[in-house]
Ligand binder design. Sequence first.
Ligand SMILES: Nc1ncnc2c1ncn2[C@@H]1O[C@H](COP(=O)(O)OP(=O)(O)OP(=O)(O)O)[C@@H](O)[C@H]1O
Length: 584
Amino acid sequence: MDEQLAKTGFFYRLRYLVTPFFRSERKRAAWLLTIVNIVLTLLVVAANYAIVVWNGRFYNAMQKYDVNQLWFLGFIFFAIVAVITVISTVQQYTIQKLQIEWRGWFTNYLLGRWMHNQVHYRMQIDATKVDNPDQRISDDVDFFAGQSVNLPISALQSVVTIASFGFMLWVLSEKLRMFGVYIPGMLVWFNLIYAVGGTYLLVRIGRPLFYLNNIQQRAVGDFRFELIRVRDNSETIATAHSGAAESTRLSTRFAPVVEIFYRRIRRTVLVNLFSFSYTGASGILPFLLVLPSYLAKRVLIGTVSQTFGAFNQTQSAFAFIINNFSTLGSGYLSITEWRAVIDRLYTLEVSLRHHEQEITAPEIVYRAGTTSALVIDGLTLALPDHRVLLNDLNLDVPPGERLLVSGPTGSGKSTLIRAIAGIWPFGAGTVQTPGGRVLFIPQRPYLPNGALIQSLMFPYDEPLDRALVGDTLTSVGLGRLTAKLETVEPWDRELSPGEQQRIAFARCVLLRPDVIILDEATSALDEDYEALMYRTLTMALPHATIISVGHRSTIVKYHTRRLRLLGDGGWRDEVIAPAPEAVG
Ligand SMILES: Nc1ncnc2c1ncn2[C@@H]1O[C@H](COP(=O)(O)OP(=O)(O)OP(=O)(O)O)[C@@H](O)[C@H]1O
């Protein structure tokens, strides 16, 4: 992945990010809006051209006291202004329309790929982590779509302005003399040298802003991530009375944001010093160039005014980049931010592609079984850094078996569960994952935001019989919640960890899976409740396959077989004679 990142340049990355939208199912809208925007941009330049020509004619007519011509030009002026108003308004609308079309499509495109085949999970556990993918998908896509429309349109407008007004300046230069000498295209050359020289200097002064922007956005993302962690763990922090320590830690995390911002400000001061003096000087220069010819009565005042207008137009076009340097948060910074955003989105793209390819050529081969049996053949589990956790596991778990996976902490039990769920990518061998309905219950079950009944249905969205739901809640000791099934609360904060674990068992009973995978699913319960949960489960679902992970010796009796992970990559498969009262 790193090699792929290293060998690509800016334009390659830009093309890589832009192309999919113009080939997508929204390509008609994309192309149509782009063409309309190009045409409108050309019309805007044409209208500006007309205004400058009008200006020259108007001042000449004033100097000659030509009343008829002045009336005529007055009428023309209103016509041009009316046309400019309509074109500019429509252009603003179509630019924004293209931006939101692009943003909408791109967001859904990335979201779909991120969520598909657990790619989001693979990206998280991978050694080559992409930081803050959420920020990339929300903020970066917004900025990318906005600037990828704005900047090329502004660039096009600048180029066409330079070409058309450059031609005008060339024609105007024919009447000018500098110290009595005729220089063909004098105004054009002067303009060119002034603009290119200025742009070059400004690009050099502003270059570090690109890097500073990039690291600033990363620092902001990291800080926000820490804040979210505090919010999620607010109770633990409160009970530990560690608010002050957390606050210091958060401030330390925030410090780089301020430090980088200062570096940005210092650099922007330099950029602004140059930019403002440059723009200021360009206000008087065209007059100085035309003045000798005007005083020698070679040209009329209208020519002076027209030269000034044309000079200004080409200057601002040439200075497209320069003007963009001048203010904090816009202009040049938007170009550098755009580049930074392109880099970040490209890295995200490469990572997505890397994981999508990994799925098509996996290290561990997953096959979906047609029965609820689990068949593991020569499975080696490794970590992202290739450290081996478990070696050459062969295991056949027939339907209805109750398997306990045990072993010292860190021996790879949870990782094996991930492999059984078909989401662990590193290692070798084959896993035939159980077919039918499989329900996974982790130590901290996920309770989605919403009504309690939704937590009982998760991850399926099927109607449940309310009487049965009431009975089931009662059977796990949560009968009092029957009245609150439709209540919307942050249930993961409202209920204690033990209650949440019991909700997960109730969910299991209600959804009637063929295979139940329990990863430390009773860790927050006392022995009585633990016994109640296993008994409820085995009585309600006597034919279900159960695969449990747990440390406590008390759960051994609810199982018929034990897989011991030895911690050194080795394993042992043992039969357990279940206690009679444990069998459902
Ligand atoms: N995404 C990952 N990246 C790097 N190392 C990982 C990753 N996931 C797990 N590990 C490491 O793999 C080892 C096994 O982890 P696992 O959670 O499977 O152990 P476990 O047997 O379930 O432990 P416990 O009993 O403490 O829950 C640990 O050393 C852990 O740090």
